[in-house]
Write a protein that binds this ligand. Structure first.
Ligand SMILES: [Mg+2]
Length: 237
């Protein structure tokens, strides 16, 4: 059933770890750092109004809309200008945010499943976000990360899936994509002609407005079963 699959692409945020709480914490770390170092910014802004500023800046500069990191850096520059601080100093706050943004807690199935999958298939991370797999310690399992910032298009745009198949030297029909989002992951994979797998960790109902995924799994162990793979032996340390 899956003999034709040459590569597996995986979404990252909310597929391999929960991202909402991580972003909330990372934004708080940045806010606290700004309060300590550039207090005129936090005197003028709450965390919520800083988020609103970031959304507005993202909307104002659609050419960087696929690069969330660049939107955050540009927002910091805007805050610096508004509060009359040197923007190169304030922009260093991005590193504070980015370090915290990569402090994720992996779902428990992730490492054993990636080990098994990587034994059999090249794995490509396909993300609209900006996680750093090396920082997170998962880079050993992936042959490549393809991000919306480098493709200059975000899932569900087919260019993202085209980039995955091009990297693997195969057709889109030979790509199996796994992700949590019914639109960006499932619809995107379907529209691009890839095999779509919806990872539904929370047991949500499928949104009826969208065509269903080819397959649905609750975690990555179920993907191993679906593909008929034997779990890889855990290396002895
Ligand atoms: Mg996701």
């Amino acid at each position: 059933m899956f003999d034709h699959i040459k590569v597996i692409s995986l979404d990252l945020d909310d597929t391999l770890w929960d991202i909402g709480s991580v972003i909330t914490h990372a934004e708080q770390c940045l806010y606290d750092w700004l309060a300590d170092n550039f207090p005129r910014i936090t005197e003028a802004h709450t965390l919520a109004s800083m988020r609103e500023a970031r959304v507005a800046i993202g909307a104002r500069f659609p050419e960087i809309g696929h690069d969330l990191g660049e939107i955050r850096r540009r927002t910091l520059r805007w805050h610096a200008e508004q509060a009359d601080y040197p923007h190169t100093d304030v922009e260093q706050g991005f590193d504070i945010f980015y370090t915290a943004r990569n402090q994720v807690e992996l779902y428990e199935d992730v490492v054993p499943a990636l080990r098994t999958l990587a034994d059999r298939y090249p794995l490509i991370a396909l993300t609209n976000g900006n996680a750093d797999l090396r920082h997170i310690g998962l880079d050993q399992f992936f042959t490549s990360t393809i991000s919306s910032a480098t493709v200059r298009a975000s899932k569900p745009h087919p260019a993202m899936f085209d980039a995955a198949s091009a990297h693997a030297g195969c057709s889109n029909a030979q790509v199996l994509h796994v992700g949590d989002d019914p639109v960006t992951d499932v619809q995107g994979a379907r529209d691009a002609g890839a095999v779509s797998v919806w990872i539904n960790r929370g047991g949500a109902a499928w949104p009826d407005a969208h065509a269903r995924a080819d397959y649905e799994i609750g975690d990555l162990h179920q993907l191993i079963e679906l593909l008929g793979l034997e779990p890889a032996a855990v290396p002895v340390r």
